[in-house]
Design a protein around this ligand. Structure first.
Ligand code: A2P
Length: 268
């Protein structure tokens, strides 16, 4: 039969697309990105995540991954940590061009423009791989149609961990189409906590001390003008949520758009 001829594919979950890896780039011993072909039927909003897994074994392990590419891109991009012994990333970190990736059919998530009330400025606060949904949103022209200014922040332990964000922003600014819209409106503000850096502090400290706003020449967070998206560890999202609430911002959702939205980054 046709199935026997296809051979390699075993017990494939029916709610999955099978795609192929088109690029793998390692940044550090803990971080890498990869790109895949995009299923022609997959539609998503910039900032959403999907469940991804690897074929083989009796029951594939799936983990939530933010789609880091914008919704107009004809490929998909993902930014991942490598967890030694991790149920998915132990194998995922060894993928190569041409390998198969399973992608579940239903994208979802709260880090979407639809979950925010209209505003003037959009802050995107991330730690580590929490930058992934924002790598999608900063490359989407709709972000700049909705906001005059976009401030992306990323905090990492080490300088080398900023490489993905830095190269993504650099390539965006040089992009012939989106670059023209994004470059005058986008600011990338980085902090590093465990190595020397011009901003040697957590983003939460930069917000509560006022240092972030002083560096940007902007007023402190204000529910009348400012919107915030948050993506990082449990502790980071908890602390950033508290700072937003202290400034009078209300948490939004797809069902009830408001001033800020929160999602935990993929953890392993
Ligand atoms: P720190 O080095 O002071 O812990 P991790 O790799 O542990 O997820 O951390 C990534 C970055 O997020 C680090 O710079 C770390 O700072 C910072 N971080 C950790 N916890 C918080 C928090 N609760 N609020 C803000 N930043 C945090």
């Amino acid at each position: 039969s046709d199935n026997a001829a296809a051979g390699a594919i075993t017990a494939l979950p029916v709610d999955c697309h099978v795609e192929r890896v088109t690029l793998v780039e390692h940044y550090t011993d803990r971080l890498f990105r990869f790109r895949t072909t995009r299923p022609s039927s997959l539609r998503f909003r910039s900032g959403e995540f999907v469940m991804i897994g690897l074929p083989g074994g009796e029951r594939p392990v799936f983990r939530a991954y933010s789609i880091a590419s914008p919704s107009w891109d004809d490929e998909l991009e993902f930014f991942s940590i490598k967890v030694p012994g991790g149920p998915l990333t132990e194998r995922l970190q060894r993928i190569e061009i041409g390998d198969e990736i399973l992608i579940k059919k239903k994208p979802t998530g709260t880090l979407v423009l639809d979950a925010l009330a209209p505003g003037k400025r959009l802050y995107m606060l991330s730690t580590g791989t929490g930058i992934a949904p924002f790598a999608s949103l900063i490359r989407d022209p709709e972000t700049y149609e909705k906001f005059d200014e976009v401030i992306l922040t990323q905090s990492c332990r080490r300088v080398a961990e900023l490489a993905y964000g830095e190269s993504t922003v650099r390539e965006l600014v040089e992009d012939p189409l989106v670059g023209e819209i994004a470059a005058p409106r986008l600011t990338f503000y980085t902090t590093v906590t465990r190595e020397p850096h011009p901003h040697p502090f957590r983003i939460t400290d930069a917000i509560s001390s006022g240092r972030l706003f002083a560096d940007l020449g902007l007023p402190p967070l204000d529910p009348a003008t400012d919107r915030v998206m948050i993506c990082g560890s449990i502790e980071m999202t908890r602390d950033c949520r508290a700072l937003c609430q202290a400034a009078g911002l209300e948490e939004g959702s797809n069902a009830k758009p408001a001033h800020f939205v929160v999602e935990r980054a993929f953890v392993g």
